[in-house]
Design a protein around this ligand. Structure first.
Ligand SMILES: O=C([O-])CC(=O)C(=O)O
Ligand SMILES: [Mg+2]
Length: 213
């Protein structure tokens, strides 16, 4: 925390490798969950603000005060390519914690998306940009910028603990958090589940062949 800021910053956490992030980006969130005892999902109230939004990244956790985005603005200095912002904004519906300006800056800095346990705005521009944002909803009301907050410390997102460097995967179904230390084991297990899912699809195709019309 610098003298002029009331936002506490923790840096230097381990991030997943690009290969690990690439592996997860090929999986469906539902299948990742099936490989994790069906645990680790955020609650279903957080979803993509535009249809088709999907993202995988290394969690960059941010804690704000409800209705205030000072910590998010300061987090711009800590984004590395492949990071995905995980912002606990207390689920507050009265103020948007990010909008198009922040989304554009996240994008330019190499972030893969943002998950907001709260509300956001500027949906049309964010959708046009194609930047994946997940939130509880939309409100046009802008945020205050006073702090305090934290950057790089564990936060709760939709009831799930997110540590810096955990892998977050989000798609049309929802969001899951994979603890970094479980990444390799989960990749192997999801690959098996996706193979099983493919064989179930093939089974149904076979059934169609036998249907007499
Ligand atoms: O005013 C803000 O801080 C939030 C916002 O609309 C933007 O990021 O575009
Ligand atoms: Mg805006």
């Amino acid at each position: 925390m610098s003298e002029s800021s009331n936002v506490r910053v923790h840096t230097g956490w381990q991030r997943p490798t690009a290969a690990v992030l690439k592996a997860f980006s090929g999986f469906q969130v539902a299948n990742i969950g099936d490989a994790m005892e069906r645990l680790g999902f955020t609650d279903g109230g957080i979803s993509g603000i535009w249809s088709g939004a999907r993202a995988v990244g290394s969690a960059l956790p941010v804690l704000t005060v409800a209705g205030d985005n000072r910590a998010v603005i300061e987090a711009l200095d800590h984004i590395q390519p492949g990071d995905l912002l995980a912002i606990n904004a207390f689920g507050f519906s009265g103020r948007a914690i990010i909008g198009d300006n922040l989304a554009q800056r996240f994008d330019v800095l190499g972030a893969t998306g943002a998950i907001v346990d709260g509300y956001v705005r500027d949906k049309v521009i964010i959708e046009r940009l194609g930047f994946p944002v997940f939130a509880r909803g939309l409100t046009p009301a802008g945020p205050f910028k006073n702090g305090p907050g934290t950057i790089g410390e564990a936060v709760a997102i939709g009831g799930v603990v997110v540590n810096p460097g955990d892998i977050i995967a989000a798609d049309e179904d929802g969001i899951i958090v994979v603890p970094l230390h479980r990444a390799d084991e989960v990749i192997v297990a999801v690959a098996e589940i996706e193979a099983l899912e493919a064989s179930k699809d093939a089974e149904v195709e076979q059934m169609k062949v036998h249907i007499v019309r």
